[in-house]
Design a protein around this ligand. Structure first.
Ligand code: CUA
Length: 332
């Protein structure tokens, strides 16, 4: 029997208490966490088994074939095909199982469900900000409803950061100049740490935050109170900010929102559409493409239009770019 003190080291024993917390892993607070842990512990156990097997063999052979008297010759061995077959085939099967299970969980972790609730994450030295495009609010901590698929579209104002919620088994780089996406579903209400897990300068170690998972009714109440504050301050965010910028920055002069062809392509229904470009290639209009087309419009021009739009590089803040994209995405 394994002494009970050793159980947590092997990933056993504590599983019942604390939502799947084990010695090596924090609590399992998202739907992804148990799947990640299963793969982790499968590989862990295989490692332990092979470590014991190989170190055992090393020690056993060291004693068995030790030179017992002066001048004794090494016994000859011509090898064994069946032994070689075993040590080739068994690890092969094990590594294929590791690949298949690992790849399935990887795919699960990188493809957000279509019905996900959208939140934008903006990283900067040395804090996190959270924008709720469809709600018109901005928050300094991440608050989400329980039992809901949440998709985070992340960007950085300055350098490379990395968004990490250990309890969710969610971790991804946040890169300046492009969008990265993670998603999670936290079934139970609770609070979990957010870390920046990529060294980003002096304040890296204090780049902490909390994700608060609330029951739906408490979440709705939180949302209402945040919206009341935003309204009182008169600050526009999300889609509303994007709509005002669309007029203020004169986008509206060249881009219709009702499908009419003006100097530039119409914006309604653009998000997710496959566009044919002037050079004959096609591109799916995702966040990254819309961003590029705002900042450097002549890079990928839609077929049938002249490359006449001025670049907006350096003229819009990260929040404003996000708001414009959210507004464009909201147009059917
Ligand atoms: Cu941001 Cu480390």
């Amino acid at each position: 029997m394994i002494p009970s003190l050793l159980l947590p080291l092997l990933g056993l024993g504590e599983a019942a208490a604390g939502q799947g917390k084990t010695f090596w892993m924090p609590p399992q607070a998202s739907t992804l966490a148990p799947d990640v842990d299963k793969v982790f512990y499968f590989i862990y156990w295989v490692d332990i088994a092979f470590f014991v097997l190989m170190m055992g063999a090393v020690i056993f052979f060291a004693f068995k074939y030790k030179q017992k008297k002066e001048g004794e010759k090494t016994s000859s061995n011509k090898g064994s095909h069946s032994l070689e077959l075993v040590w080739a085939v068994v690890p092969l099967i094990l590594s294929v199982v590791m690949f298949v299970t690992g790849f399935r969980v990887y795919v699960e972790s990188v493809i957000p469900p279509a019905d996900s609730y959208d939140v934008r994450v903006v990283a900067q030295k040395w804090s996190w900000a959270f924008e709720y495009p469809s709600e018109g609010i901005e928050a300094s901590e991440l608050v989400v409803p329980a039992d809901t698929n949440v998709r985070l579209t992340m960007s950085s104002k300055d350098v490379l950061h990395s968004f990490f919620v250990p309890d969710f088994r969610v971790k991804k780089d946040v890169v300046p100049g492009r969008y990265t996406v993670v998603w999670f579903n936290a079934p139970e209400p609770g609070e979990h740490h957010i870390f920046c897990t990529e060294y980003c300068g002096d304040g890296h170690s204090v780049m902490l935050n909390t994700v608060k998972v609330l029951p739906q009714d408490e979440y709705d109440a939180w949302l209402a109170s945040q919206q009341a504050v935003a309204e009182a301050e008169g600050d526009l965010t999300g889609v509303a900010l994007g709509e005002s910028l669309f007029t203020k920055k004169a986008c509206v002069g060249c881009h219709s929102i009702d499908g009419t062809k003006l100097v530039g392509p119409p914006m309604n229904g653009l998000s997710g559409r496959t566009e044919e470009l002037a050079d004959g290639t096609t591109i799916v209009a995702d966040d990254d493409y819309i961003r590029e087309s705002i900042l450097a419009p002549t890079t990928k021009v839609v077929a049938g239009y002249a490359p006449s739009m001025p670049p907006f590089e350096g003229q819009l803040s990260e929040t404003e770019i996000n708001a414009l994209i959210d507004y464009i995405k909201s147009l059917d």
